[in-house]
Design a binder for this molecule. Structure first.
Ligand SMILES: [Zn+2]
Length: 111
C-alpha cells in the first residue's frame, strides 16, 4: 500500500546514524570527532535501515529495489519511486559510494 508523504512525515522515522550505516565508532581524536559530528548531521537527511519507507521494498544489496536517477548519485525506489541517494559527498568525511539511503520524509516536499 502506498503512503503519502504527509503520512510518512507523521511516522517520525528514525534518522540514519553512523551506527545504522554499519560504522564502528572507536576512540576519537579531534579530527575524527569533527568528522563523526559532520557525518551524524549529514545522515539526518536519511532514514535508518534498508527498507523503502513508502512500499517496504528492500533497497540495498543485489536484489534490492533501487534505480539510478538523472542527477549524479541520486536515485529512487524502483518499485514506488521514493527518492534515495547512493553516493554521498560529505564535507570533512569524503565520499561514500554505493550506500543507498532513503531520504527522511522531513526533508522532502510535496510536489
Ligand atoms: Zn518503494
Amino acid at each position: 500500500m502506498s503512503r503519502t508523504l504527509t503520512e510518512l512525515k507523521a511516522d517520525n522515522l528514525s534518522f540514519a546514524t553512523p551506527e545504522s550505516i554499519g560504522m564502528e565508532v572507536g576512540d576519537l581524536n579531534e579530527t575524527t570527532r569533527k568528522a563523526l559530528l559532520a557525518l551524524t548531521e549529514y545522515l539526518k537527511a536519511f532514514i535508518a535501515g534498508n527498507k523503502c519507507p513508502r512500499c517496504g521494498s528492500e533497497i540495498g544489496g543485489i536484489f534490492g529495489s533501487f534505480m539510478w536517477g538523472i542527477a549524479n548519485g541520486e536515485g529512487m525506489c524502483a518499485n514506488c519511486k521514493y527518492p534515495m541517494r547512493a553516493i554521498h559527498r560529505i564535507k570533512e568525511v569524503g565520499t561514500i559510494n554505493n550506500l543507498i539511503l532513503a531520504y527522511h520524509p522531513s526533508v522532502l516536499e510535496d510536489k
